[in-house]
Design a protein around this ligand. Structure first.
Ligand SMILES: Nc1ncnc2c1ncn2[C@@H]1O[C@H](COP(=O)(O)OP(=O)(O)OP(=O)(O)O)[C@@H](O)[C@H]1O
Ligand SMILES: [Mg+2]
Length: 247
């Protein structure tokens, strides 16, 4: 019985002479929040590109619900509930915050005022959950970075995902915004969503995630509960000692 919702194994990616990922295995179960940490250039975003279907790995396989999806496109995966946010801002700046969330539901098709109303109501509910209701009518392009990141999270949640890949979601957020984001992510996990979070703020990751994977130079250096990873001396030397404070 395979209880891992999304699983990658034996993943290899090369960019010319750069071996960005080497024999990497990660997985996330339904309702689990898993952290992915490691220094700059470790391969975290590249791994998200592979999991979301934006980059075909040179070797390795991805399974979803136990089925091989290695050859499936990013659109195919997104439509079946594997959603991501990006390290760089990716909102439609010329649309309002609410419209960014409405657009994210339109791939389902359908028209008419009842459908539109339902999508607006769903957008409003998620904006409320994320503490963004007062920004619904604001243009997304004008938001400060912390609020924009929260809108990206809201957009990823508006059509409920089964797997959520968050690439540095709290960069640029205030401490208060970080708290809101953590609560929202926990809420999604309680509803069964499996979450993978890439984040440089180690104390944030340790507080949020039940399991942590450490990537270093394209390989998995350590993996375990937050406490186990904290205790791992090799990890301390390779990353935590030189990384941001908070461990
Ligand atoms: N499109 C690309 N072409 C060539 N090299 C790339 C490309 N994307 C990433 N790389 C290289 O692959 C390695 C892994 O990069 P990646 O962006 O996945 O790291 P990361 O862990 O997300 O780093 P950061 O913490 O800075 O975001 C780095 O050496 C990077 O320079
Ligand atoms: Mg990155």
């Amino acid at each position: 019985m395979n209880d891992r919702l999304l699983r990658a194994s034996g993943i290899d990616v090369r960019f010319g002479g750069v071996h960005a990922l080497r024999d990497v295995a990660v997985s996330v179960g339904a309702g689990e929040i898993c952290g992915l940490i490691g220094p700059n250039g470790a391969g975290k975003t590249t791994l998200f590109d592979v999991l979301s279907g934006m980059r075909r790995p040179d070797a390795g396989a991805i399974t979803y619900d136990g089925r091989d999806i290695t050859g499936r496109s990013s659109v195919w995966r997104a439509r079946r509930g594997i959603r991501r946010t990006f390290q760089r801002r990716q909102l439609f700046g010329e649309l309002t915050v609410a419209d960014n969330l409405v657009v994210a539901q339109e791939w389902r098709g359908g028209a008419g005022s009842a459908v539109r109303r339902r999508r607006r109501e769903r957008a409003a509910a998620v904006l409320h959950t994320c503490g963004l209701e007062t920004l619904a009518g604001s243009y997304a392009g004008g938001l400060p970075v912390g609020q924009a990141r929260m809108v990206e999270l809201a957009r990823a949640l508006v059509d409920p995902p089964r797997v959520l890949l968050l690439d540095e979601p709290v960069s640029g957020m205030t401490a208060q915004e970080c708290g809101v984001l953590a609560a929202v992510v926990r809420g999604a996990a309680r509803e069964g969503c499996g979450v993978l979070v890439v984040e440089h703020d180690v104390s944030f990751v340790m507080g949020l995630c039940s399991r942590v994977v450490v990537l270093d130079r394209g390989g998995v250096l350590a993996e375990g509960t937050a406490a186990e990873v904290r205790a791992d001396l090799a990890v301390r030397e390779a990353y935590l000692g030189a990384g941001p404070a908070g461990v």
